[in-house]
Write a protein that binds this ligand. Structure first.
Ligand code: ZN
Length: 416
């Protein structure tokens, strides 16, 4: 396997035009004393909506790395892939997020469940984990229930992993993540322990795992939920991971992956405290909102670029149902709080950027406006060269927003 660095930071770049301005934020972090490894991620869903190819993401990342003289590691994530979608990601990617959320709850072979329970007597009864005050009390019925929920999913993850190794010609020179976050019900720390035991049984050299955490992780806006409950769960998950590394011989680099859906600012202090206390590593996927920073840059530029930003909003509003449909479970848009296209057409640059930029202290900030535009990138994709030419014509002002967002709103509060 390819060893995964301690702190990896996943960024999205929908239109493959911001890799350099994203990488500039990693350079600022390095200058400030923290080594963060960029991981460019783009899911199959995003590629399908835009009509792009994973090889294009690779080309953009390689070019940015060469242009900026970045000599540290960087990775390319085949984000949320499964057996059906992985193939076009195999060649360009060196980080694979095996998404088995859809397989949770699918019944495993009863004989496999029996075999799993027989193999893991250590999971039965009082299970003490360093760093967690009260031991887990796990009954046979609990293991059976958890295995019924998750064993099949881990078997599927094993099948995807072996498929990638085979497709890469028998080598596994990549980082493997398993994701279970795109589901409604959070996985508890005891469930995570059972899941990691099952993943180890599959022989997957897992280095990052993305559970579904408690609370809502809507796209592009802040966390909604009980921050204290999140912090306890996050800390317990870290303890479970450390335990599973030694109990099941999993890679010592195994760490939590937070699929944040971008911009979960209110849980950053809890994550920061946990990392400082434990010395644990982290993979964070955030700032898939880079495309919103492009729109903010265009709006800030004014003139024709501001008009284009307004046009994108008006179109997104008119196609709201279709745009929101693929993201229905991860957005909460109140239609009554969406400004009309006419209203937005009368806005100044400051009004537009104030509504869109994720600054909750700005009274103009509108989370509904922001979420609709966030899922509205298809509108910009359909504008084709009109949109891409505007990005090029306003490159400096867009780059300032992309870099500043990553560094000031994400890297600083988490790591600096
Ligand atoms: Zn995810």
């Amino acid at each position: 396997m390819k060893s995964c660095p301690k702190f990896t930071f996943g960024v999205g770049d929908r239109f493959a035009h911001q890799a350099a301005s994203q990488l500039a934020a990693f350079q600022l972090a390095a200058q400030a004393g923290v080594d963060l490894v960029p991981v460019w991620n783009k899911s199959n869903r995003e590629h399908l909506i835009i009509g792009s190819e994973p090889s294009g993401t690779r080309a953009a990342a390689d070019k940015a790395v060469a242009d900026l003289g970045w000599t540290q590691p960087y990775l390319l994530d085949a984000d949320h892939i499964n057996l059906k979608t992985v193939d076009r990601f195999v060649a360009p990617c060196d980080f694979f997020t095996l998404d088995v959320a859809d397989d949770i709850g699918e019944a495993a072979d009863p004989a496999d469940i029996e075999a799993f329970i027989a193999k893991h007597p250590e999971l039965l009864g009082k299970v003490s984990i360093a760093g967690i005050d009260a031991p887990f009390e796990i009954t046979r019925a609990d293991i059976e229930k958890t295995a019924n929920q998750f064993l099949k999913a881990t078997q599927k993850a094993g099948a995807i992993y072996r498929h990638i190794v085979e497709a890469k010609g028998g080598t596994d020179d990549f980082v493997t993540e398993v994701s279970m976050d795109e589901t409604d019900k959070p996985q508890t720390p005891p469930e995570l322990l059972v899941i990691l035991a099952a993943i180890a049984d599959q022989g997957i050299p897992i280095q990052t795992i993305a559970p579904k955490f408690t609370g809502r992780f809507n796209k592009g806006v802040d966390y909604v939920g009980d921050v204290t409950a999140f912090e306890k769960e996050f800390n317990d998950d870290l303890a479970v991971i450390a335990h599973a590394i030694s109990a099941y011989g999993l890679p010592s680099s195994l760490k939590l992956s937070v699929h944040s859906g971008s911009d979960k600012f209110s849980i950053y202090p809890a994550i920061r405290r946990a990392l400082a206390r434990t010395g644990a590593g982290l993979h964070i996927k955030t700032a898939g909102t880079t495309w919103l920073e492009e729109v903010i840059g265009l709006a800030e530029a004014g003139g024709a670029a501001l008009d284009l930003a307004k046009q994108i909003y008006a179109t997104a509003l008119s196609k709201k149902e279709a745009l929101c449909e693929p993201y229905a479970t991860v957005i909460d848009i109140d239609d009554a709080k969406l400004p009309s296209a006419e209203e937005v057409n009368g806005w100044t640059s400051d009004q537009f950027t104030g509504a869109l930029r994720h600054d909750q202290s700005n009274p103009l900030y509108n989370a509904h406006f922001r979420q609709l535009l966030h899922v509205g990138f298809k509108v910009a994709a359909q504008l084709g060269d009109t949109y891409l030419d505007a990005l090029k014509a306003n490159e400096a002002i867009v780059a300032k927003n992309v870099t500043g967002n990553l560094f000031d709103r994400h890297m600083k509060p988490l790591f600096l």
